[in-house]
Design a protein around this ligand. Structure first.
Ligand code: ZN
Length: 454
């Protein structure tokens, strides 16, 4: 049975100015109350793109901006659905506007569990932003949970179910999470806008015009095929040109090793820190709770990095300096099957030069699947993008677009070897190579085209 909630509207709509969408329109009291919680405000202090701003200096926007943007796109989709496809009877595949509030709240809160430099932090401390999002929504200790419970006692669980993709209505789930959802549409436009590139742009207005509800979720009118095709190509280009940029990844490698060194020092009692990293201690000890996680943001971590600059551990202070003063590790692309012996030889040369392999060298692979078909027998299979022709026939995207067909089911990206920049640029002021013939040997692997050097 459907639960109907206490849905209080604001006496007058509120708007937030947004550079991507013009205005974000807030109409429900609960949405405004969620924005005003301390857990949501914390997202202002977490950059959306982590280390990408070291490459694209405009990309300083926060998870807060993006979350509001996802909310606004979801709101516009609900408006379009209720205007054009209101349900008449249950199960008719049309839109039931009683789903609006749970959809809007899930859209707004979908990234709530992200922490500072999320992906790197997760690798070091084993946190999971999706689990944390659900915890923040369902834990009775958060302001978010208290606001959601005012709508209905079970409402936090319903919002969490949308994010966990277990919510029964596939239209709601796919609007927040699918191969063409409000989340992706916002981050592509927003990340393109703030990084200053034009790759990520596509015709959102047109997509919102042709999107429609269907029995199994969300579908598009046939006439919108080129707008959807352009969105897929934009997404592919953003991954190749912005998200997987080798220099941003070079900064991510420095950050990873810096946090790893700090954790190793702490856990193995190698030495005392000069300054206590109080907020990180529960993570070093692996005793952290939700309240510890919610105290972290980009500023807290960078403050600790500044303290570590004058720490007596030379590795820690060196890596902190490389991060704060932007000295990314350099990289070369390689093919694991063909080039692995060369990579191993290069790694042993680095060791001979005195670099601790645990903190100064690593491989990094970044791959993305631009678009995929629904594969019923594969774990984590995606819902495919489909169009409805005038006569009701359904056509899948890669059948309709030869451009998308070329990208379908193929992982795109690369694997790179990362190393300190001075190995290949290691000349002192007097022009003497700091590493003599070892570095020369290292460079010769790159210069002789034994691996791909772009
Ligand atoms: Zn998101």
């Amino acid at each position: 049975m459907k639960t109907y909630y206490n849905v209080e509207m604001l006496p007058k709509e509120k708007v937030f100015r947004d550079p991507v969408h013009g205005y974000i329109h807030i109409q429900h009291q609960v949405v405004l109350d969620l924005v005003n919680t301390k857990e949501f405000q914390r997202l202002r202090r977490i950059k959306q793109l982590g280390t990408s701003s070291f490459t694209f200096h405009g990309a300083e926007h926060s998870r807060f901006n993006h979350s509001l943007g996802v909310y606004e796109i979801a709101r516009r989709i609900c408006d379009k659905f209720v205007r054009n496809y209101p349900t008449v009877e249950p199960g008719d595949g049309l839109w039931d506007d009683n789903e609006r509030l749970v959809t809007l709240c899930a859209a707004l809160l979908h990234d709530l569990g992200h922490g500072p430099f999320s992906h790197t932090f997760e690798k070091i401390f084993g946190t999971d932003h999706e689990d944390l999002t659900i915890q923040i929504i369902t834990s009775p200790d958060t302001e978010i949970n208290q606001v959601l419970r005012e709508v209905g006692l079970d409402f936090p669980n319903q919002v969490a179910a949308v994010i966990a993709k277990t919510y029964p209505n596939p239209q709601v789930v796919q609007m927040i999470s699918s191969q063409i959802d409000a989340d992706r549409m916002d981050y592509l436009l927003r990340d393109a806008y703030y990084s200053g590139v034009t790759y990520g742009t596509f015709d959102l207005t047109r997509i919102l015009r042709v999107i429609r509800p269907a029995e199994k979720g969300i579908i598009f009118e046939n006439s919108g095929m080129h707008a959807v095709e352009d969105y897929i190509v934009s997404r592919y280009q953003m991954y190749m040109q912005v998200y997987f940029h080798p220099v941003s990844r070079g900064m991510e490698m420095v950050l990873y090793h810096l946090m790893k060194r700090a954790k190793d020092i702490y856990q193995n009692d190698l030495q005392e820190f000069h300054h206590n990293a109080t907020f990180l201690e529960p993570f070093f000890n692996n005793t952290w709770e939700l309240k510890d996680y919610l105290r972290l943001d980009d500023g807290v971590l960078t403050t600790y990095f500044s303290h570590w600059l004058d720490d007596s551990d030379p590795t820690l202070s060196d890596l902190a300096g490389r991060f704060l003063h932007r000295a990314p590790f350099k990289s070369v692309r390689f093919d694991r099957e063909k080039d692995w012996p060369t990579i191993q030889a290069m790694q042993s040369l680095m060791e001979e030069m005195g670099y601790n392999p645990n903190y100064y060298m690593s491989t990094n692979n970044s791959f993305d699947l631009p678009y995929d078909l629904y594969r019923p027998h594969k774990a984590g299979s995606k819902t495919q993008i489909e169009f409805m022709e005038k006569n009701g026939t359904i056509v899948e995207l890669s059948q309709a677009s030869s451009i998308v067909s070329a990208l379908t089911g193929k992982m795109r990206g690369d694997e790179r070897l990362y190393f300190p920049r001075e190995i290949t640029h290691g000349f002192s002021e007097e022009g003497i190579n700091l590493f003599d013939n070892l570095a020369e040997q290292f460079k010769s692997y790159i210069e002789n085209d034994e691996i791909i050097t772009e």
